[in-house]
Ligand binder design. Structure first.
Ligand code: SF4
Ligand code: SF4
Length: 376
């Protein structure tokens, strides 16, 4: 029994599968193995002469292993979402957020892309935008998309997403719509306290996330250039957009390193070791882009002055490794580019100190000071 009565705050460190104990390491190993097979099944087939995920997917009537992955993703999110709401469902914000997460993923992340090809339609993912769905801005992809969807994805990525981030912070996407964030907030929730709050982790995050954003910009620009001049420059074409794995093209490497290893193997496989937002915090170019916009926008976490008792619940539960307590102790409302607006810091605060706000900035909020990151 959790005697503290803070939504399982004490028990977070008591269970082996949640405190990097043996059970947690085994769950992580299982997830990593699954992702390695998912991404590299073609290579594995040369060794074991079978395609385990593809064979299983087709045996249950799914077209390929990616639909099997989509189905498992939805199941984990629904089960994880129900367990999350059992602990934290006493808040309307959490109820609406998790219901939206699951609905968006089931409808737009699985059912729509599965059903449309049955009627000879295209496989479209309406809840993903560039630069997260990096190939949506490759000219060949845009050419193959229906015109209405090409317009939607360009305008959605360059206008809708940043405008929404200005008014609501990146929470509208990272905590309500995005499939990666939705899995982290449901299936990954039991490990949220494992996100590092150390200064070293914060320094790493600042470099890594903007490095990936730079890489996606470079890759998109060079693939676009290749579309225009690649036919006359075969070496440039091979280095930038070569389709075979042994070309080691920039496009192939970005997909392999960022799209498969960082987003899948590391980003989800290591939930039980590094917490559920490893990808979002350190590598997601969409999070970097929306976080930059959000710095100039309205969203912030308001702190009620003189109320904090320094219990640290908010920092413990912050899945992005933000030291919320240090702001609360200093009576300092704040905006952080990495904050995904999950609302858990406010939810677990026993004194009601914190409030997520989109209201235009008042005079008090304008006076922000840089706080040293506390290493604990
Ligand atoms: S600061 Fe609060 S709202 Fe932002 S990511 Fe951390 S817990 Fe979620
Ligand atoms: S803001 Fe609330 S949860 Fe965070 S340290 Fe202060 S009292 Fe505790």
């Amino acid at each position: 029994m959790d005697l503290q009565g803070q939504n399982g705050l004490v028990s977070t460190y008591r269970q082996s599968w949640r405190n990097r104990g043996l059970a947690g390491v085994l769950v992580s190993a299982l997830l990593v193995t699954f992702y390695l097979v998912l991404y590299f099944e073609d290579k594995l087939e040369k060794v074991i002469h079978m395609r385990p995920l593809t064979d299983f997917a087709t045996s249950v009537g799914l077209r390929n292993r990616w639909y099997l992955y989509g189905l498992l993703y939805c199941v984990l999110m629904i089960v994880g979402g129900a367990l999350y709401l059992r602990k934290h469902g006493n808040s309307r914000y959490n109820q609406l957020r998790i219901a939206t997460n699951v609905t968006v993923q089931v409808l737009f992340g699985f059912l729509l892309p599965f059903i449309m090809p049955l009627f000879n339609g295209p496989e479209l993912y309406v809840s993903y935008f560039w630069p997260l769905k990096y190939d949506y801005f490759y000219p060949h992809t845009l050419q193959d998309l229906p015109l209405y969807f090409a317009a939607y994805t360009v305008l959605g990525s360059l206008l809708l997403a940043p405008i929404m981030a200005y008014f609501f912070g990146k929470r509208w996407y990272c905590s309500w719509v995005c499939g990666c964030g939705a899995l982290a907030n449901t299936f990954g929730d039991p490990w949220r306290h494992l996100t590092s709050k150390s200064t070293r982790a914060w320094r790493f995050e600042k470099w890594s996330i903007y490095l990936v954003l730079g890489l996606v910009l470079l890759t998109t620009a060079l693939v676009g250039m290749d579309f225009l001049v690649g036919a006359q420059h075969p070496t440039f074409h091979r280095l930038v957009a070569g389709e075979h794995w042994d070309d080691w093209s920039l496009k192939y490497l970005y997909g392999l390193v960022v799209g498969a290893i960082l987003a899948g193997v590391v980003g989800t496989g290591l939930y039980p070791i590094l917490g559920p937002r490893v990808w979002c915090r350190n590598f997601c170019p969409m999070a970097a882009f929306l976080g930059l916009v959000g710095k100039f926008g309205r969203f912030r976490i308001r702190v009620k002055p003189g109320m904090c008792i320094s219990c640290g619940n908010c920092s413990t539960y912050c899945e992005m490794g933000i030291d919320v307590r240090s702001y609360a102790q200093s009576d300092q409302s704040f905006t952080r580019a990495s904050c995904v607006g999950c609302g858990m810091c406010a939810h677990v605060c026993p004194r009601g100190v914190l409030k997520l706000s989109n209201a235009p900035r008042g005079q008090a909020d304008k006076k922000r000071q840089g706080l040293t990151v506390v290493d604990f």
